[in-house]
Design a binder for this molecule. Structure first.
Ligand SMILES: NC(=O)c1ccc[n+]([C@@H]2O[C@H](COP(=O)([O-])OP(=O)(O)OC[C@H]3O[C@@H](n4cnc5c(N)ncnc54)[C@H](OP(=O)(O)O)[C@@H]3O)[C@@H](O)[C@H]2O)c1
Length: 288
């Protein structure tokens, strides 16, 4: 596999490398990157990490046709990705969100949307094959009545006060897959980004972008993310400062095509670059 100068790519920074809030990033070609989906803007393609975590749980248990899944926190980065991917796999999705996000999750594919501010979703009288807690703020014990006898509770975090940890340990000892925090398999990032690209091109996945900030305002972006109230992702528009001529009339950013990678390579110390590394200008990055 090889990329050519001028290719538009999207993806994630490899784990253990520093983040990507920079104008350029230099990563191996086998890193979690792929050619961008056709007809997608850079600020709509910075979606990988939340989707990556969402997908690991759904794939681990082969969530699909005939399964019922309840997703709590369905308006967040992981939750909004989980709704779309579970639906694409054929599962019936019930999404739990606040009032203002009901229409959003239905548009993402949820068969049913429940307002957690208006009703106790743990007492809806239904049971599920999977419950996906995508916020890390609720107690496991309320979910027990929502799970089928062999149902699985998946979470993206260890829960309030680390509450899920002993349950995960118990589940692992009992080998019953009852409570889990599924992590993406090591080295699976590249295949995942290719997979996501295919889903995006098939119209089965789209970025849910809440706000966009220019790089200059990155501190404000993080302050907003830390409120815990963002919807989907927050985009840092790395190129906004010097690419203002590309802002379209309706306010969307038309990212200009990736600059010649060889030109980028000339700007850094070539002696430090291995031959399998390529430098890409970053035109958008996610603060997730
Ligand atoms: N993003 C990642 O790449 C990543 C990776 C690994 C682990 N995690 C962990 O996974 C969890 C979710 O991460 P995220 O980035 O997806 O979250 P997020 O995008 O920050 O989640 C924000 C959303 O959560 C909803 N929310 C906040 N409090 C809620 C509550 N008490 N009940 C229901 N919904 C609530 C908010 O909607 P409302 O307006 O409805 O409250 C908002 O839409 C976090 O614990 C995070 O540490 C994240």
């Amino acid at each position: 596999m090889s990329f050519r100068p001028g290719d538009r790519v999207f993806g994630m920074c490899p784990s253990r490398s520093n983040g990507a809030h920079a104008e350029y990033v230099c990563i191996p070609e086998r890193a979690p990157i792929a050619i961008m989906p056709a007809n997608t803007h850079f600020d709509e393609a910075v979606v990988c990490e939340g989707a990556f975590y969402a997908n690991s749980g759904l794939r681990k248990f082969h969530v699909g046709r005939g399964h019922k899944i309840l997703i709590y926190g369905a308006s967040g980065a992981i939750g909004s990705a989980a709704v779309q991917l579970a639906k694409a796999y054929g599962a019936e999705v019930t999404a739990v969100v606040a009032t203002q996000h009901l229409e959003l999750v239905k548009s993402l594919g949820a068969a049913r949307a429940i307002d957690y501010t208006a009703e106790d979703f743990t007492r809806i009288g239904e049971t599920f094959d999977f419950v996906f807690e995508a916020v890390g703020k609720t107690s496991f014990f309320g979910y027990r009545r929502l799970l089928k006898p062999k149902g699985t509770f998946m979470a993206t975090d260890v829960g309030p006060w680390g509450q899920y940890l002993p349950l995960i340990l118990w589940s692992s000892i009992a080998r019953n897959n009852r409570v889990l925090v599924p992590l993406p398999p090591r080295g699976s990032g590249h295949a995942f980004v290719e997979f996501l690209r295919a889903r995006m091109e098939a119209g089965q996945f789209r970025a849910v972008v809440d706000r966009r900030y220019p790089l200059d305002a990155i501190a404000d972006a993080y302050r907003y993310v830390e409120t815990g109230k963002k919807v989907g992702i927050v985009v840092i528009d790395v190129a906004a400062a010097d690419e203002s001529a590309h802002v379209a009339q309706e306010g969307r950013i038309l990212c200009k095509p990736t600059r010649d990678a060889s030109d980028v390579g000339n700007r850094r110390n070539p002696s430090k670059a291995s031959q399998s590394e390529t430098c890409f200008p970053l035109l958008g990055a996610s603060a997730q």
